[in-house]
Ligand binder design. Structure first.
Ligand code: SF4
Ligand code: SF4
Length: 138
């Protein structure tokens, strides 16, 4: 039987899909990549395995865990009014930045932000940005 409290809780979600992109933590700040969870339908922005998501994807987290980990963006309804919540950052790490984080080239959150800004400002980033937009959830 459907749980009305759970249904009301889930109705808060705007189905933007932004929490379902891979993330990296640098100095306790959460950065969002352009890589969606393989179970996210990027056209509808819906999870394709929602009813069994934790069993299919062990890395999928509950709302409570997501709040604790900081995976939700600032405008997500689930984090409105949550004292001290630090939202994920949506500069949208591209593949190079992900590699630099993995290789230990970028170790400070400030440097990650600066590099994202630098790349955004570069003319040759425009084409990559347009291509990336096709993979972005919004
Ligand atoms: S970021 Fe928030 S509103 Fe968007 S899909 Fe995730 S839970 Fe729903
Ligand atoms: S499995 Fe979890 S992270 Fe993946 S699309 Fe579904 S809800 Fe999002």
């Amino acid at each position: 039987m459907p749980d009305p409290l759970q249904a009301a809780h889930e109705a808060l979600c705007r189905r933007c899909g932004r929490c379902c992109y891979e993330k990296y933590v640098v100095e306790e700040r959460v950065f969002t990549t352009r890589t969606p969870c393989p179970h996210l339908d990027t056209r509808t922005r819906r999870c394709t395995v929602y009813d069994r998501r934790t069993e299919v994807n062990p890395r999928c987290v509950t709302v409570e865990e997501g709040i604790r980990l900081g995976v939700f963006p600032a405008d997500c309804p689930y984090v409105q009014g949550v004292a001290g919540y630090v939202p994920s950052e949506e500069g949208w790490l591209d593949d190079d930045l992900v590699r630099w984080i993995e290789e230990g080239v970028l170790t400070r959150a400030e440097d990650v932000r600066r590099e994202m800004e630098r790349r955004r400002g570069r003319g040759d980033a425009a084409a990559a940005h347009r291509a990336d937009r096709r993979r972005r959830p919004y």
